[in-house]
Design a protein around this ligand. Structure first.
Ligand SMILES: [Zn+2]
Length: 305
């Protein structure tokens, strides 16, 4: 990402300003991370042509993936897969401990066929939240944890995920505010208590869990990750471990797209050649389009026989 230059458009400045701050407190028994992701979420919402609640849903899903990846080891990869009955049918996010992320949501169609705001469930409705963690080294088994969506609010269901799947008491906040087509702020935080924490330290985090709503509201007013951590830890001293820029990044390529096409089988590819004379392959994560022309398709078919 480019460095900030004075006089540049505000959005460009925000985009490069997206980052997470990681810290520990009480000798490492409590850890925290705060996200400022306004530029990043704005960029992704524009890329996927989403606004309003859909941009919020995308933003929350992407930040949820980042929160999970923020405590993974270097080289690990996180895949978040949310299936919902509400405003979105699915959300997929790939996030990495190096701060790179890609993701998309599939809004339910038609847009208004969704239970209203007063429904007891949040925007995701009920469904499931799966988190897959893959270690960097090939051959090692990925870890997969799945929990049902209990509230349909991603931050709350993520709290439940950590408790249920990894037995880590956590407090999670996610907030995206939009004004018309524009994402105005996007931020989030995570506070976790490690197993060696004392009962007093656990109590401290429980207190934060009760304050989550006001902390989340604060996020949408002012999004300064350092101030947020100070607010979360209050009189408890914390040590900053990392200040890392967050970047939208997709590792799709023409080769991967062709490999995926190959998997659809020789009949499907022959059919495309006959009916379309080409194949257009869209990456759902970054919307990039790869086209394989007729000669390319013939070559592919030859390689499959
Ligand atoms: Zn892509």
């Amino acid at each position: 990402m480019n460095n900030d230059k004075s006089g540049k458009a505000k959005s460009a400045q925000h985009s490069s300003g997206s980052r997470w701050l990681k810290c520990v407190a009480t000798n490492g028994t409590i850890r925290g991370v705060a996200l400022e992701a306004t530029g990043l979420i704005r960029e992704l919402a524009k890329l996927h042509k989403l606004n309003g609640m859909q941009a919020q849903g995308l933003g929350e899903a992407v930040m949820a993936g980042l929160l999970v990846s923020s405590y993974c080891k270097a080289g690990e990869r996180v895949n978040l897969n949310i299936r919902g009955s509400g405003q979105f049918t699915q959300g997929l996010v790939d996030a990495n401990p190096d701060g790179t992320v890609r993701g998309y949501v599939i809004p339910r169609e038609p847009k208004d066929a969704f239970f209203g705001e007063h429904n007891e469930f949040g925007p995701w409705g009920n469904g499931s939240l799966s988190i897959l963690r893959k270690k960097g080294d090939a051959g090692s088994q990925p870890y997969i944890g799945t929990v049902p969506l209990i509230t349909g609010h991603l931050a709350k269901d993520l709290t439940f995920y950590w408790f249920q799947s990894e037995q880590i008491p956590s407090a999670v906040g996610l907030a995206v505010t939009v004004d018309g087509d524009e994402v105005v702020t996007a931020g989030g935080f995570l506070v976790q208590v490690m197993p060696q924490a004392s009962p007093e330290e656990v109590k401290l985090v429980e207190k934060h869990i009760q304050e989550i709503d006001s902390l989340t509201a604060e996020l949408s007013r002012e999004n300064d990750p350092l101030k947020l951590l100070a607010r979360i830890f209050q009189s408890t001293a914390f040590v900053l471990l990392e200040d890392r820029p967050l970047t939208a990044y997709c590792n799709c390529s023409r080769e991967r797209a062709i490999r995926a096409l190959k998997l659809s089988g020789i009949e499907e590819v022959s059919d495309l050649l006959k009916t379309e004379g080409k194949a257009s392959l869209n990456c759902e994560f970054c919307t990039k389009e790869y086209t394989v022309d007729a000669d390319g398709l013939r070559e592919l078919i030859a390689s499959m026989t």
